[in-house]
Design a protein around this ligand. Structure first.
Ligand code: ZN
Length: 218
């Protein structure tokens, strides 16, 4: 069982499922040579792959090209299905930042074959989470900047306003595909600048001064 820790409190929420959207920033879709789909690309990550700030990301033996993807993560607080936009917004009860670590070499092979991305996305330690801030204490404006530094140098840094699909719209769309429940997490896609990490690299992700996570690659 893995939990989400709520910032400045003893509260923890048990994680349900982890739903991710891909290609939600135009410049990132282009840097990987992908077209921009009309609807978000949706995939899942496993809860058992979750680690936290301070932990180590472990390079699997079957990859030589692990990439960082820093993302805004939404915490869902209630059960919704086929929700409208207003209900979708209300169902978001907190925000965090996360790393959707991705084996790009494995993913490229899977894409060629038309296979699911599971083995590129769900290896142990592939999902890194910060603490979460509750929406009742902070309402996101999308003017915030999400960033990722590797060994002190910026690799990714973009305003959340560049998201093609905004948080409530993403939740609404996913709720049209599957039920969302209390404790579910939604990764909202990564901005441009994804790149390979090496063993020994130190990763620091931030959302303005609000949220921060630090980890290293083993
Ligand atoms: Zn991602």
């Amino acid at each position: 069982m893995k939990t989400v820790k709520i910032k400045n409190s003893d509260k923890e929420t048990t994680i349900g499922k982890i739903v991710c959207v891909g290609r939600n920033y135009a410049e990132h879709a282009h840097e990987l040579g992908n077209s921009i789909p009309e609807k978000p690309v949706v995939f899942l990550k496993t809860v058992s792959s979750v680690i936290y700030s301070g932990d180590k990301i472990v390079y699997p033996a079957y990859s030589n090209d692990m990439h960082h993807e820093v993302e805004l993560v939404l915490l869902i607080g209630e059960v919704i299905k086929d929700a409208d936009l207003e209900t979708s917004e209300k169902a978001i009860t907190g925000y965090g930042i996360g790393l959707d670590m991705t084996l790009r070499d494995v993913q490229s092979e899977l894409k060629k074959k038309g296979f699911p991305w599971t083995t590129a996305k769900c290896f142990d330690t592939s999902t890194v989470l910060s603490d979460f801030i509750e929406k009742k204490f902070y309402q996101l404006t999308l003017d915030e900047t999400i960033s990722l530094k590797v060994n002190g140098e910026y690799r990714q840094k973009d305003q959340l306003s560049k998201m093609l699909h905004k948080p409530a719209g993403i939740v609404q769309y996913i709720s049209s595909l599957m039920k969302l429940e209390h404790g579910d997490l939604i990764f909202t896609g990564t901005p441009k600048g994804v790149n390979k990490v090496e063993s020994g690299d130190k990763l620091t992700a931030e959302l303005d001064g609000l949220l921060k996570l630090e980890c290293s690659v083993r």
